[in-house]
Design a protein around this ligand. Structure first.
Ligand code: ADP
Length: 469
């Protein structure tokens, strides 16, 4: 029962069986009822027409009785019964000879008749089938003068019912087999696209994420499933591409300083050098190693944040004080580039967070602002609080960022074409790291930029403790 096809067919057939049994049962009950009702009504007609005759002085002739039966039952070859009793229950001597043996007169029927009530009974007949009997009093002046008893073998009724059951017994299984086969074929047809889609999905591996699953084209549920799966494949494809690009970029970024380092050391070793020369080479090598260490540290932070295992040392941190530290740290750089660096730091804004990481976040943003702003430009740093959220704004009068690049710059190693060529570039991890740190604090970074006029990066960090998102 693993396949939906089989289960659908089983359910469908079971439901159909229940429906057929219910319908058949109801039809059988209705048929039985209407047959019995018809017999009783006909017996009533016969008895009535005979009670009218029973008033007269002459005895019944068999032809009269036959005639009455024929009138109400039509031509009928089945046994019929007729008896006439006096009020005490004795057989009337005027009655014609019985057709098919005698019927008993029950005490109950006699009692009912004395009260002017007719009685219907089903009694065993002279042959194998039971007989339906009607005992009807003949009243005269409110007094019972006679009793007419008419009966009819239930053979035809029983046979009709048996025939009905037989027909059902043959038709039901045939109908069920036909319906089950039809159901199975329909289910198979309806589910064939699922097999096709499963086959297509099986072929798609990490290397072929650009492939898509074909739908039914009918806009139905399966078509929607196919397009949902395709959307998922699209997202997976993007994620895989990003991961691949990340690895490739990371290797590339690491390779450059390593090549430089190797080259410098090889050159230094080629011939004997003075201690000063060795010192200079070692200093330069140390700088390259610093760059590599910085890069690896950034990569590690991003990888941990991505995996959701970024360790955070959460304590109350005054962002205003932190911003001031960053301000003084980078003021020298701004001055050296003839950039005006303003700060708007009025009162403490305390957030629960990791001081070191938040410092890095602010440093990266301000460092970028100074790095990408031309001499003579302005960089502004401000901290405020609004609706339970700490907001740090870093704005500059730099080249700005094109609208289509606003999301891109937060991806690792993404650097967009600059309006000011020759600007010193970093590895392209600064903003990714900043965003990861903000997210780990339950916050976010928003950027507004006007190309040619400048950009504003705003960091929002919740001031009440909350689980890192
Ligand atoms: P990078 O190490 O290149 O600075 P980042 O991740 O910090 O890497 O920034 C990504 C890119 O976003 C930068 O290369 C630059 O093109 C752009 N960018 C970042 N900050 C600014 C800014 N203040 N003004 C203009 N462009 C910026």
């Amino acid at each position: 029962m693993k396949s939906i096809r089989a289960r659908l067919t089983l359910w469908y057939t079971s439901l159909l069986t229940v429906t057929l049994v219910l319908l058949g049962g109801t039809a059988y009950a209705l048929l039985s009822y209407s047959l019995s009702h018809e017999v009783d009504a006909a017996l009533n007609g016969v008895a009535r027409s005979l009670t009218e005759r029973a008033h007269g002085p002459s005895a019944f002739v068999p032809a009269e009785v036959d005639e009455a039966f024929r009138r109400f039952f039509g031509f009928s070859p089945w046994n019929r019964y007729f008896q006439l009793f006096d009020p005490l229950g004795h057989r009337d001597p005027r009655q014609p000879a019985p057709h098919s043996g005698r019927l008993p007169l029950s005490g109950e029927a006699l009692n009912n008749a004395a009260n002017g009530i007719s009685t219907y009974e089903t009694v065993p007949g002279s042959e194998e089938h039971p007989v339906r009997v009607l005992t009807m009093p003949v009243m005269e002046g409110g007094r019972m003068v006679n009793l007419v008893q008419v009966g009819m073998s239930l053979k035809s009724v029983l046979e009709t019912r048996t025939r009905f059951l037989l027909i059902m017994a043959v038709l039901f299984p045939v109908g069920l087999v036909l319906a089950a086969t039809g159901g199975l074929l329909l289910a198979r047809r309806a589910l064939r696209p699922v097999d096709r889609m499963a086959e297509a999905a099986r072929r798609i591996s990490a290397e072929h994420l650009a492939e898509r699953i074909g739908g039914t084209g009918a806009g139905d549920e399966l078509d929607r499933l196919a397009s949902t799966l395709n959307e998922m494949l699209g997202r997976l494809d993007t994620a895989f591409t990003q991961v691949r690009r990340f690895s490739a970029d990371a290797s590339h970024e690491l390779q450059t300083p390593l090549t430089i380092l190797k080259g410098e050391l090889e050159v230094a070793l080629r011939s004997p050098r003075t201690p000063e020369e060795y010192q200079a080479v070692l200093k330069s090598a140390l700088e390259e190693i610093d760059r590599i260490a910085h890069l690896v540290e950034g990569l590690l932070l991003l990888a941990r944040a991505e995996a959701g295992v970024l360790r955070m040392d959460r304590r109350p941190v005054d962002l205003e004080q932190l911003a001031e530290e960053v301000y003084w740290r980078l003021k020298v750089l701004a001055d050296s580039r003839s950039i005006r660096f303003d700060s708007e730091l009025a009162e403490p804004v305390v957030v629960p967070g990791d001081r070191e990481r938040l410092w890095r976040l602010l440093f990266n943003l301000v460092d970028n602002a100074i790095k990408y702003t031309r001499p003579g430009g302005v960089v502004r740093l401000s901290v405020r609080s609004a609706d339970g959220t700490a907001v740090v704004d870093v704005s500059d009068s730099g080249p700005g960022i094109a609208a289509e690049d606003l999301e891109k710059i937060f991806l690792p190693f993404q650097r967009v074409p600059m309006t000011a060529p020759g600007t010193e570039r970093g590895a392209g991890l600064g903003l990714s790291i900043a965003r990861s740190i903000a997210t780990a604090h339950g916050g976010r970074i928003q950027v507004r930029s006007f190309p040619g006029k400048g950009s504003t990066f705003s960091v929002y960090i919740p001031m009440s403790p909350e689980a890192p998102s």
